[in-house]
Design a protein around this ligand. Structure first.
Ligand code: DC
Length: 217
């Protein structure tokens, strides 16, 4: 069984996807983490975000894996655990520029489909219901107002010890939303058959229960 959860940054996708996977005993596949790992590698190798050719070559040579461990999802980049590093603001800043490259997406698409075949899975991202698994058993599109999404991201980052203002977080979020939803390949879009949930005034528990209700119903 495949459950697809798409939506913009800060809509609560990863929290909900993790909860659902835990409750159902499914694999959790964070597809954004895969693009983030590539962005981290580009920074480490000092590749310019505009150097498409180099980024494609780098991606083709990269080994990515997502491991569901008892302590949570582990993101492996060339056999190294980068779970924490991929959340750095420097990575967040450039990830959309890498995720818009057609050939990079092609490689990630194949890998995401492969991960999905490991067993029952919950995938979250931007194009899961539209492109990666158009035949997913259940599709959800989570959304919230830009102010609420910024507030959530800000809280998360502050709790993780990062030093950013709410305004900076909002600006970054709007920038990514724009690139993610206007790119030519697999833009962020609600699949026609996805269930739309506005999470602005909902708690995590309420959204989790609602999603589970649709899956079990
Ligand atoms: O969900 P996130 O913020 O960790 O995602 C990081 C970036 O990766 C996001 O700006 C868009 C991109 N992404 C994508 O293009 N397609 C996906 N399926 C998941 C993420």
């Amino acid at each position: 069984m495949i459950i697809a959860i798409d939506g913009p940054a800060g809509a609560g996708k990863s929290t909900i996807a993790k909860n659902i996977a835990k409750r159902l005993g499914f694999f959790y596949i964070d597809t954004g983490a895969m693009y983030r790992a590539l962005a981290l590698k580009a920074i480490q190798e000092k590749i310019d975000t505009q150097d498409t050719e180099k980024l494609i070559k780098m991606t083709a040579k990269t080994k990515l894996d997502l491991i569901n461990s008892p302590g949570g999802l582990k993101v492996m980049l060339d056999e190294k655990d980068v779970t924490q590093q991929i959340r750095q603001p420097e990575v967040t800043k450039i990830v959309s520029d890498i995720a818009k490259i057609k050939e990079v997406r092609k490689i990630m698409l194949a890998l995401q489909r492969q991960f999905g075949k490991r067993g029952n899975s919950v995938l979250d991202g931007r194009d899961i219901g539209t492109v990666v698994f158009p035949d997913a058993d259940k599709k959800f599109y989570l959304d919230a107002t830009v102010n609420e999404r910024s507030r959530r991201r800000y809280k998360e980052l502050i709790e993780a010890g990062q030093n950013l203002t709410l305004d900076e977080v909002k600006k970054d979020l709007l920038y990514r939303d724009k690139i993610d939803s206007t790119r030519q390949i697999a833009p962020l879009k609600k699949a026609e058959d996805a269930i739309y949930i506005d999470t602005t005034d909902m708690t995590i528990e309420q959204v989790t229960d609602k999603v589970l209700g649709y899956i079990n119903g």
